[in-house]
Design a protein around this ligand. Structure first.
Ligand SMILES: [Zn+2]
Length: 236
């Protein structure tokens, strides 16, 4: 492996007052299906570790989404809420409404057709006022998501969970990702619809912030991605 593409210095964004992480997982349960990602990243995947790392990176809020449990059920909403109550007001719950129908490309049995972001186009046409935040920028369909966020006034995309542990081509991959997301922002005519997230423990805070600092966009647009857009969309 060559030089580490996720150096701490690159992860620092000097001009920032604060960051909001719009996509975090946690359960503190042994049957959490994301434990394997935590192990690969060398993370303990605990409340203490998460809050400590958030403070270290000036992340003032994290939106807590249910992690999948073994057997592919999500963590129940009451447990998500209980974790947020123990978090010193740093975590805010995101409730799971339809936990059965899913297609998830993170697991080899996921259904790619159901995962495609264009499946949301008709819904967005029919429910123009509905705010939709697509996760992982629709990975790997970045160009389709560029069109969705350009076309629909209330469709957004987060950039969470795009980097998973790998040795080969890690630096090239980070460049490629940064290019795809930068191009989507050029296509959409700005960064108003792009939201920062880590997907902890799938992607580390350092990796997720390194991706933002590699985007070839104006500093003001990075600020929108790192907190302004999330503050508006989630009314934080
Ligand atoms: Zn996630």
């Amino acid at each position: 492996m060559g030089s580490n593409p996720y150096s701490e210095s690159e992860a620092e964004c000097e001009s920032l007052q604060k960051i909001i992480d719009a996509h975090v997982h946690l359960s503190e349960r042994g049957d959490d299906a994301l434990i394997r990602f935590a192990r690969m990243n060398g993370l303990r995947y605990t409340m203490d570790e998460l809050l400590g790392t958030m403070r270290e990176h000036k992340i003032v809020r994290g939106l807590l989404l249910s992690p999948p449990l073994q057997g592919s059920k999500p963590l129940p909403n009451d447990e998500v809420i209980a974790l947020c109550e123990k978090s010193d007001a740093m975590l805010v719950p995101v409730i799971t409404v339809e936990p059965t129908a899913k297609g998830d490309t993170a697991f080899s049995t996921g259904d790619l057709i159901l995962s495609h972001p264009l499946t949301l186009d008709r819904l967005a046409n029919k429910r123009e006022q509905l705010t939709i935040v697509l996760c992982h920028f629709g990975n790997p369909w970045f160009d389709d998501v560029a069109e969705l966020i350009y076309k629909h006034p209330n469709v957004y995309a987060d950039i969470s969970g795009l980097i998973t542990p790998s040795d080969a081509y890690a630096d090239k991959f980070l460049d490629w990702l940064a290019r795809k997301i930068s191009e989507a922002i050029y296509y959409a005519g700005g960064a108003e619809k792009v939201i920062f997230g880590t997907d902890y423990p799938v992607t580390t805070h350092t990796q997720a912030l390194a991706l933002v600092s590699r985007l070839e966009i104006a500093e003001g647009d990075k600020e929108k991605i790192l907190w302004r857009n999330a503050e508006k969309v989630f009314r934080l």
